[in-house]
Design a binder for this molecule. Structure first.
Ligand code: ATR
Length: 270
């Protein structure tokens, strides 16, 4: 039995053990996937100890994604760009490889719901670590324009500059918002506090989608605001399942069907 785990602090509410157990059952893979809560300054030690006990790979969540990035011997291109790692894998040579599957998880979730970004106007709200992790995969879908807005305008401008070689991306404060968008992604942690970013009433194009990277039993305040303004709604549950599927594929070379896992996870929220 190959061992995997999720590192987080706290980790008690992580859905990853349930998701990966479902994937393993569905694909007949003999793996054991647990949750681990190292001290906040001790991810590297915890990873080495886990490997010494037969660990082959791990997911990494808050607050360890930058520490995971720092401990890797080799990194995927997209992880280097994101400055964060959510998936660790122990190579046969004993070296640790790091990747980030959050952004591709988002793009796969959009594809699952038949949302195309090609030639569309896309707005990303927020400019923290979570947003940095999704910009490269979003730009690879070739939107007509990608706008990043943030409470702290300078952080959005910085991000836009960092990714400007990959496509048409602009960044600024909420006061720079102009025009309507086909897809608006909330990547702020404002939902956690029940806060709504200061967005204009005339934000959505006809047929637009509103996507919150957070999820819960009830719609987030952003989705509650977007619904009556004409947008179709998606929360971050599908992104969570899809990023897990990408990690599982990296480790096991088998692609699980995410549909039944989505349903089961949704039911478990109520
Ligand atoms: P994460 O890793 O989740 O991205 P982060 O790096 O702390 O966490 O980033 C949090 C993001 O949510 C930032 O874009 C933050 O805006 P600032 O850069 O101006 O701090 C945004 N955010 C958090 N609370 C918010 C609120 N109440 N209203 C608007 N934006 C908020």
């Amino acid at each position: 039995t190959d061992r995997y785990c999720v590192f987080g602090h706290p980790v008690g509410h992580s859905k990853s053990p349930m998701i990966h157990a479902d994937f393993a059952r569905q694909t007949g893979q003999d793996i054991d996937y647990t949750a681990s809560e190292p001290p906040v300054d001790a991810l590297a030690e915890a990873w080495r100890a886990f490997c010494a006990e037969g660990g082959r790979g791990a997911n990494v969540t808050v607050p360890f994604k930058a520490d995971a990035f720092a401990l890797c011997d080799t990194l995927s291109h997209r992880a280097r760009r994101a400055g964060a790692v959510n998936t660790l894998m122990l190579g046969g040579n004993g070296l640790t490889y790091g990747d980030t599957t959050d952004g591709i998880g988002l793009v796969r979730d959009l594809a699952y719901h038949r949302v195309s970004l090609r030639q569309k106007r896309v707005l990303v709200v927020g400019a923290g670590g979570a947003v940095r992790g999704i910009l490269e995969p979003l730009l690879a879908e070739q939107p007509a324009a990608l706008m990043v807005v943030n409470r702290t305008a300078a952080k959005a401008a910085q991000l836009a500059g960092d990714f400007a070689d990959l496509g048409n991306i602009q960044g600024g404060g909420f006061d720079t918002l102009e025009g309507r968008f086909d897809l608006v992604i909330n990547g702020t942690s404002a939902s956690l506090a029940g806060d709504l970013p200061p967005l204009p009433e005339t934000l959505f194009s006809p047929d637009a989608w509103a996507y919150d990277m957070m999820y819960g039993a009830d719609p987030t305040v952003f989705l509650q605001w977007a619904g009556p303004r004409g947008a179709k709604l998606l929360d971050g549950l599908g992104m969570l399942v899809e990023q897990a599927a990408e990690s599982f594929f990296m480790w096991r070379n088998v692609r699980p069907d995410t549909a039944p896992v989505r349903s089961r996870l949704r039911q478990s929220l109520n």
